[in-house]
Write a protein that binds this ligand. Structure first.
Ligand SMILES: [Zn+2]
Length: 546
């Protein structure tokens, strides 16, 4: 029996972990790309063996204690099997480009795509929508009044366009942030009578400390390996910090998600590993690249059979500080976190259908997630994704276009806290999977897109070549095969629905992701419109294809 809170986070797949005595916890982290690279990192570190590696969810943290109950694996596939399919050769691409060709579409359809692309680039719609969601409504934590207001806003906006709007009910976690403070009380070289502030923020889903906080010595490790190497009892009753740096160089080369994956596993699994080792609380170095002493929040997880201990993210700067001081001597910290986990709340996925003219039951999904973390206003994560999905319907309306199949806009609820909205959709629409002709999600910000990720057979890439040539006009003509495209549409991908995402510039995304600086001003209108153009052109191409 898996408790609710954990089940929410584990989504579909977890790892069967036969315990060898030293392997004592598994962790669950989210975001499939992140999960994959986290799994890969653990594989290469020898922490787990490939046969035991599952496709999405992770893993085991070796920390020298007793076994935990085991979550049954539904899917077990080795890391090598999960690798993306081979990309077309340079020669194939050249031939396709030179050959041109209309592929599945008529001249008229291709010129409609070009008009949609150009109209998207001129439009104010997506920009205005994301401004309203962020500046007017604000942060949209699952279960909050702002999340509810956002549901009503998006539904009304879609009704204004003449779309058929349905609110599909889903239960969501209702976690509320409280006081969050950290002060060093004792450290080497301290001036008498002084304290030193530590900048931190509670991780989503964290339990609270007592109201007056806890005072304990700080132990710093850089990774799982260092934790395992500590003598038994070394962190008992202490505050354990995982000081694993976000790989800024990797992010700077455009691999932001991989950099995130290397860090987020500590955010996801840190509290389980810490509790297993007897820690009183866990801190993690922020999973993100910002340099302005700004902490990054995000969901964490607990496991059945382990104590739920308070968990927070410290800034990169404070993590470095703690490492330096603990190397010199004893460091004692006062940590106060008073978040609350309230009973699950009722909320909604907003679904807006632009009805197809010939096969209205067949749907192509365009989507983003409407909930956000609460430190900023959720502009790049993921107000932008919702806005460009809304813009798809608005552009079709503006241009009087009614494709053969239905284009379905979905503003997903509660992606951040466990994708409850997406899970509910999979339940409610289980018998209609065959009617899903495609699914697109934008959830990697609003940076310049260079093309389309597609999950499906390699032939899908060839088939999409004429569409990519239309998008080449805005610098977005790449087609890249990827095993997964978005957290909320991952269930659809697993069911064999072709799925897609814009390939967004991830170099800077994780500087703001889940911080107080995720605000409207981070959105560049031209780049946002490029994303809207991809969503709209691709949705039309899928919905109107023969
Ligand atoms: Zn997101």
């Amino acid at each position: 029996m898996v408790p609710n809170g954990l089940r929410r986070r584990m989504r579909k797949v977890a790892l069967q972990l036969p315990c060898h005595g030293t392997h004592a916890a598994y962790c669950i982290v989210r975001r499939v790309e992140a999960q994959r690279s986290a799994a890969a990192a653990m594989l290469t570190s020898g922490m787990i063996s490939p046969q035991k590696c599952c496709r999405f969810m992770v893993i085991t943290v070796a920390c020298g204690a007793t076994a935990l109950p085991v979550i049954k694996a539904q899917t077990s596939r080795s890391a090598s099997q999960a690798a993306p399919a081979a990309q077309p050769s340079m020669m194939d691409r050249l031939n396709a480009m030179i050959g041109g060709g209309k592929g599945a579409w008529s001249d008229e359809q291709l010129s409609t795509m070009e008009r949609l692309r150009d109209k998207a680039m001129e439009s104010d719609y997506a920009y205005k929508e994301v401004r309203h969601l962020t500046d007017n409504i604000g942060p949209r934590l699952s279960g909050s009044p702002q999340a509810q207001k956002a549901v009503e806003w998006v539904a009304d906006e879609m009704r204004k366009l003449g779309a058929e709007v349905t609110l599909e009910r889903t239960k969501v976690p209702h976690w509320v942030r409280g006081v969050e403070t950290g002060e060093l009380m004792e450290w080497p070289g301290q001036a008498a009578g002084t304290e030193q502030k530590i900048v931190l923020t509670a991780l989503g889903g964290s339990v609270a400390t007592p109201e007056q906080g806890i005072r304990a010595e700080v132990v710093v490790v850089d990774n799982w390996r260092e934790l395992r190497a500590l003598p038994a009892g070394a962190v008992k009753g202490k505050i354990l910090l995982f000081n694993h740096p976000f790989d800024k160089e990797l992010a700077a080369t455009g691999h932001g998600l991989d950099a995130y994956g290397g860090s987020v596993v500590y955010r996801g699994a840190g509290p389980i590993a810490g509790a297993t080792a007897g820690a009183a609380a866990v801190l993690v170095r922020s999973a993100g690249g910002g340099d302005y002493r700004s902490p990054h929040t995000g969901a964490t997880a607990y496991a059945p059979g382990t104590t739920k201990i308070p968990a927070a993210a410290v800034t990169a700067e404070d993590a470095e500080l703690l490492k330096t001081l603990t190397r010199e001597g004893k460091v004692t910290m006062h940590l106060t976190l008073t978040p609350q986990t309230l009973p699950d709340a009722d909320s909604y996925n907003v679904i807006a259908d632009w009805k197809g003219t010939e096969q209205p039951k067949q749907v192509v999904i365009v989507s983003g997630h409407l909930d956000s973390w609460d430190l900023g206003t959720g502009a790049i994560d993921d107000g932008a994704g919702v806005a460009v999905s809304m813009a798809t319907l608005e552009l079709l309306k503006e241009m009087g276009i009614h494709p053969k199949r239905t284009v379905r806009m979905i503003a997903w609820m509660s992606e951040e806290e466990g994708s409850e909205g997406a899970a509910q959709y999979m339940k409610d629409h289980a018998t209609e999977m065959g009617n899903h002709a495609g699914a697109i999600e934008s959830d990697l910000g609003a940076g310049h897109p260079t093309g389309i990720y597609y999950a499906g057979k390699p032939e899908l890439g060839k088939w999409l070549r004429p569409v990519a040539q239309v998008l080449d006009g805005i610098g977005a003509g790449s087609l890249v095969n990827a095993p997964e495209t978005g957290e909320d549409i991952a269930g659809l991908t697993e069911k064999g629905v072709p799925s897609f995402a814009p390939i967004q510039d991830s170099r800077f995304y994780f500087n703001y992701h889940h911080t107080a600086a995720d605000t409207f001003d981070k959105i560049d209108k031209k780049h946002l419109n490029e994303n809207a153009a991809i969503m709209t052109v691709l949705a039309y191409a899928l919905a109107d294809a023969p």
